[in-house]
Ligand binder design. Sequence first.
Ligand SMILES: [Zn+2]
Length: 355
Amino acid sequence: MKISFSSLCNKTIGCLIIVSLTVASPIVEPVITKAQTTATPEKPGTAQTSLSIYEMRRELYEKVSIQTQIPWYWLAAVDQYERTITPRSRKKAKKDNQVDRLTSIRFKEGIWSGPINPDPADKNLATIALFGGIGKDASADGAADPADDHDAMFTMASYLISLGYEEEDFQIALWRYYQTDSAVKRIRQFVKIYKTFGHIDPTASAFPLPINSIYTYRDTWGDRRGWGGLRTHEGTDLFASYGVPVRSVCYGIIETKGWNPYGGWRIGIRDLNNRYHYYAHLQGYEKKIEIGDLVTPGQVIGWVGSSGYGPPGTQGRFPPHLHYGIYRDTGTTEWAFNPYPLLQQWEKAERRRSK
Ligand SMILES: [Zn+2]
């Protein structure tokens, strides 16, 4: 049994602090399904998993990039975006015979074969073209097959370059394809991450506090909270002293930075899994961090504090802690999920790596 602080908060957050006696929480298995793995522990900021699947994707992106002259990171970004908006259970993927697919690009019915094509599963190049479909054959087997990774990626690349080779042309093509600003924004963010860091493993992680610092946290998901009206706690509070470094848990891009009446000095980071990582109540920011900047797992972004619950600069209304929240964008909606199991997983992985 241990004494711990907990609090009540959400995305726009503040935390009502309570002190309670708790039995140490059991280890919880991760809730997020990871990409294919053969775990090889590495230091923070690098991949935890075998890169074979990423290497194979890389080959595909580069092959299509050579064929179409579109930079590989645009292909990687679109493919990864599709992966995040079409989360599939392994069971369902298996049923659809898509377990071994390299790309996640899925074309809506009618787009591939043509909107008025009587055969929605048409693979014939001549009739697809006749009915205004975009399906192409890149693998030179004479069939335009959306289930063929090479055909699918090449077709998407051809669509992206259909208006020209400037970044703006790609963006307009993307807007036409997805019909939402958020898709274009996300893909541009992913492009920046891939362009800067190269072919990275999007599951690489770090614990948000240095694991050799003194901290405590427990599962407070869904607790009630008080300040600023009744809300439930959408996150985990990690209690630590003022000034303990706060670190990015992932590769990502700074999406939000500044004061929020609930969260105080807070920062939001978007990762390649289309997750938004929210760090609140900071004492301050690492001085070079700005919106649009890229971060790596373990990179310091700020310091533990007690800011929030009032106008800019308010602090000390509760014990210092990091409020960490995580939100998932599925392309149409964004929702919070409990970060506690992930925090435990990241902490464990980092302790293993540091041995
Ligand atoms: Zn909190």
